[in-house]
Design a protein around this ligand. Structure first.
Ligand code: SAM
Length: 235
C-alpha cells in the first residue's frame, strides 16, 4: 500500500470524505490517507496527527515527498490535540485502532471537535463502543460498510453531527443498523465465525472445575443474539 494505492479498507474510508473537506486524520501513520485525498483534489487541507515519533516522521516525509507541505500539516500529538481551531477542520478520520481507543481519543478532547460535521471511524474491534459514543455525543450514523481484506473484516462507520441522533438498542449497537439491514455475505460470514468462536469459548468455560456462572450466562446470551440475527437474515 502507498498513497496512490490505498488498501480497500482505507479506500473505503477515503470514499466518505466530502469534496472540499478540511480533514484531520488521527493516527495517520504514513499519512497515506490525507496525501491520497490531497493528490486527488478531494481535500482542501489536512492535518496528519500521530502520537508516536517514528510514524510521525514517516508522515512528515511522505507529505514533503509529495510537495504537499502547504496543504497538509503533520503534528506529533495525542489524539485530537493535533487539531487547532485555526485549522477549521470539518471532517475527522480515525482508522485502524480498537474501538475503545477510538472512543477514548474522541472523548478525551471532545471540545476539539467543534466545527466538525463528519466522523469516519474504522475500528478494528469493539465497534459497539463506537456506535454508543456517536449516539450519546450528537453524531448520527449515516452509513456503515464492511470490507474483507487479508483475512480480516473491517467495519467503517460514517456519522454526521446532528442534535438528536437515533437512540439504537443493543442489537443495532452490536451488529450495526446499516450492516444488519444490508446483511451482506461478508457480514453473515463474520457473524457465523463469531458464533463458532463464542460456542467454542462456552464449551471450554463450561468444563472448568469451577464454572463461572456469570461468564456462562453472558456467552449464552451472546450466542442466542447472534443465532437470532442470523436466522432472521436467512443465514
Ligand atoms: N490510520 C492508519 C490506517 O488505518 O492505516 C494507521 C493505522 S495504525 C495501525 C494506528 C496508528 O495510530 C499508529 O501509527 C499509532 O501510532 C497511532 N495512534 C495510536 N494512538 C494514538 C493517539 N492517541 N493519537 C494519535 N495517534 C495514535
Amino acid at each position: 500500500m502507498d498513497a496512490d494505492h490505498l488498501s480497500q479498507r482505507l479506500a473505503t474510508v477515503a470514499s466518505y470524505v466530502p469534496q472540499g473537506a478540511r480533514l484531520a486524520d488521527i493516527g495517520t501513520d504514513h499519512a497515506y490517507l490525507p496525501v491520497n485525498l490531497a493528490k486527488r483534489g478531494i481535500i482542501t487541507s489536512g492535518v496528519a496527527g500521530e502520537v508516536v515519533p517514528g510514524p510521525f516522521k514517516n508522515a512528515a516525509h511522505e507529505i514533503k515527498k509529495e510537495n504537499l507541505d502547504e496543504r497538509i500539516i503533520a503534528r506529533l500529538a495525542n489524539g485530537l490535540q493535533a487539531i487547532e481551531p485555526t485549522d477549521k477542520i470539518d471532517t475527522v478520520a480515525i482508522a485502524g485502532m480498537g474501538g475503545s481507543l477510538i472512543t477514548q481519543i474522541l472523548t478525551q478532547d471532545f471540545d476539539r471537535l467543534t466545527g466538525v460535521q463528519r466522523l469516519i471511524l474504522q475500528p478494528n474491534v469493539g465497534e459497539a463502543n463506537v456506535r454508543q459514543f456517536l449516539m450519546t455525543h450528537g453524531f448520527q450514523l449515516v452509513t456503515e460498510e464492511i470490507v474483507s481484506e487479508d483475512g480480516h473484516d473491517y467495519e467503517i462507520l460514517v456519522a454526521d453531527r446532528q442534535a438528536n441522533p437515533t437512540q439504537y438498542g443493543q442489537e443495532d449497537l452490536h451488529f450495526g443498523p446499516y450492516l444488519l439491514a444490508a446483511h451482506s455475505a461478508i457480514f453473515i460470514a463474520k457473524w457465523q465465525r463469531e458464533l463458532a468462536r463464542t460456542e467454542a469459548v462456552l464449551q471450554q468455560v463450561a468444563t472448568a472445575n469451577e464454572v463461572p456462572v456469570a461468564k456462562v450466562a453472558e456467552l449464552q446470551a451472546k450466542i442466542s443474539e447472534i443465532k437470532e440475527v442470523l436466522q432472521r437474515v436467512g443465514a
